[in-house]
Each structure stands twice: as structure tokens, then as C-alpha cells.
Design a binder for this molecule. Structure first.
Ligand code: PMP
Length: 309
């Protein structure tokens, strides 16, 4: 697997060639995982590429940065312009966008205050998971590794170092032949997938958890909550036990990379019918229309080149 390389990467204030977007080996963020980032998608629409919920992603990035005392040296308008310019220059119709802000090279003392660097990479990344797996239901496993508790690291911040736990859990799941790992939290309840929030459906109610369960507050999660309510479903936000997951009628993941992906089984026990259930499919169909600009009610979630955030 490799990148669909583009020509330009935005790096510290300007567009540089892909091969020149480099970080020094002494970068503090490389050694200590001290950075924050976002994962955003832009989708093809009749009016050109539209960035999905850009304002919310930027909000989360500034909040994550605040938590770790990273002063992003650019305004939201500047980053908005940087993202849209990069998409335009690279002639991307749809793409994944990865802004990252990190303590750069200066010193490696743990108390060091180093310069802060900001990089934005956009590239075509159609499928984070095989489309068939997404359609028919992922084979998941409960990770033997628990999710870092929110009292240990702020789970609502999307920080680079935190992802070592996701990398580790996915490596273990893949080694055992599964598509994705599900974390329990320190209390033994469901937290989330390695890089996704988790929903269950029971008796036509849609259920997900929140930061009390040590999860990242996903932007797809919040979109799905709104969509499900607009479709007339009752949405409960509360703890989910492993037992409830096993007995659910349906379960699915949400996240920018995977979008909405049905969970077919957990540790080889089928969830519901073992494939994408009717509620999951209904929400997913609505989501697909929205991201491609085919539902005016949600037009405010799309950022086109000319809109301001
Ligand atoms: N949880 C974790 C740990 C994640 O990495 C992600 C991906 N950002 C999500 C949930 C889903 O968040 P979003 O919908 O904002 O992509």
C-alpha cells in the first residue's frame, strides 16, 4: 500500500513539492508523539470538491492543540485557505486531508519549548477498508488492550502519541485475522474502534457512548446522531456493555476514514444478521447523499472553495 502522491503539500505557510515536505530527525514531535492532527474528507459534488464539516474539524484541532499547549501559528481562515488551495493545486476531486501540528526541532529535553510546525497533506484515499468488507460487515475482535482511560490522557484530543495504542490494537487484530479491533475501556465497557466510534441498534433505537467512555468525540459520530434523529430514530447516548454489543440487532463504526461501516461479527459471533442491517443501511444511504451535496437540508456541512468557515 502506498500513497497516491500529489504534487503539493502545504508546509509552514506555503505549498512545497511532495518530496520536499520533510521533517528533521530531531523533531520533538517525532520522539515524543507531541502533536495534534485531523483526518478530514472532501467529496466530489456537482459544484466541485466539498470538504465535509471543515469548521468542526478545525474546531477540534484548535481544541486539541490548546490541551497540549501547542500554539497553532495560523488562523482558521489561513488554514481553510491552505486546505482549499492545496485541493485545487493538486486537482483533487475527492480526497482525504491530514492537517498536523507538532513540536518541531529545537531541543529534545522533555521540558523543551520548540518551534511549532504545521503541515497539510491531501491525497486520494478512496477506501480505508475494503469496500466489500464495509458493505457486508467487518470481522472485528475485542482487543486484549484496553483504551487509555480519559483520566490518563484526554480522549477528546486527537493527539499523535495517543495513536500508538490504536496501532498496537490493530496490529494484534490483523495478526489474528480480523479486520478491526474494538477497545474496551478501563471499566470493561465498550469504548470504540481503533480509529472509529461505535454504534449499536437495538429495538430500533440507536445507541452510542460519549467521552465518559474514553472515546474521541467523532465528527462522523455527531453527524450520524443528527441524521438518525432526523430520520425519526431515538438516539441514546450512554454506556454500552460488551453484552449489549453481542446482543445488538445491528452495530456499526463511524469515522472519517471508514465513514459508516457495518460490524458483521465480534470474535466470530455474528451481530444481528451478520451483515449491514436496515437501520445502518438507511443512515449510510442518507450520509452518502449528504456528502455528495444531494441533500439541501445538510448543505451547511459542506465547505466549497468559495465558502467561508
Ligand atoms: N475515534 C478515534 C480514536 C479516531 O481516531 C477517530 C478518527 N478521527 C474517530 C473515533 C472518529 O472520528 P471522526 O468521525 O471525527 O473521524
Amino acid at each position: 500500500m502506498s500513497f497516491n502522491k500529489t504534487k503539493w503539500v502545504w508546509h509552514n505557510g506555503g505549498q512545497v513539492l511532495w518530496d520536499e515536505a520533510k521533517v528533521h530527525a530531531t523533531a520533538y514531535g517525532l520522539h515524543y508523539g507531541a502533536g495534534v492532527f485531523e483526518g478530514i474528507r472532501a467529496y466530489e459534488t456537482e459544484s466541485g470538491p466539498a470538504v465535509f464539516r471543515l469548521a468542526e474539524h478545525l474546531d477540534r484541532m484548535y481544541k486539541s492543540a490548546d490541551i497540549y499547549n501547542l500554539n497553532i501559528p495560523y488562523t482558521r481562515d489561513e488554514l481553510t485557505e491552505a486546505i482549499t488551495e492545496n485541493i485545487r493545486l493538486n486537482d483533487l476531486k475527492d480526497c482525504y486531508i491530514r492537517p498536523i501540528v507538532y513540536f518541531d526541532s529545537g531541543s529534545l529535553g522533555i521540558r523543551a519549548v520548540t518551534p511549532v510546525s504545521t503541515t497539510i497533506i491531501a491525497w486520494k484515499w478512496e477506501h480505508a477498508l475494503h469496500p466489500d468488507k464495509k458493505k457486508h460487515g467487518l470481522r472485528t475482535t475485542i482487543s486484549p488492550w484496553r483504551k487509555i482511560h480519559h483520566s490518563m490522557m484526554p480522549s477528546t484530543a486527537k493527539s499523535t502519541g495517543q495513536y500508538l495504542s490504536s496501532v498496537h490494537a490493530v496490529q494484534d487484530a490483523v495478526k489474528r485475522g480480523f479486520d478491526e479491533a474494538i477497545f474496551l475501556n478501563a471499566e470493561g465497557n465498550i469504548a470504540e474502534g481503533a480509529v472509529e466510534n461505535l454504534f449499536i441498534v437495538k429495538n430500533n433505537r440507536v445507541i452510542t457512548n460519549d467521552e465518559q467512555s474514553s472515546v474521541l468525540l467523532g465528527i462522523t459520530r455527531s453527524s450520524v446522531i443528527d441524521i438518525a434523529r432526523d430520520l425519526g430514530y431515538h438516539v441514546d447516548i450512554r454506556t454500552i456493555t460488551p453484552d449489549e454489543l453481542f446482543k445488538a440487532d445491528e452495530a456499526f463504526f463511524t469515522g472519517t476514514a471508514v465513514e459508516i461501516a457495518a460490524i458483521g461479527s465480534v470474535d466470530d459471533r455474528p451481530i444481528g444478521s451478520g451483515t449491514s442491517g436496515p437501520v445502518t443501511s438507511e443512515i449510510k444511504d442518507k450520509f452518502t447523499k449528504i456528502i455528495h451535496g444531494k441533500d439541501d437540508h445538510y448543505a451547511k456541512w459542506l465547505h466549497y472553495e468559495m465558502t467561508t468557515v
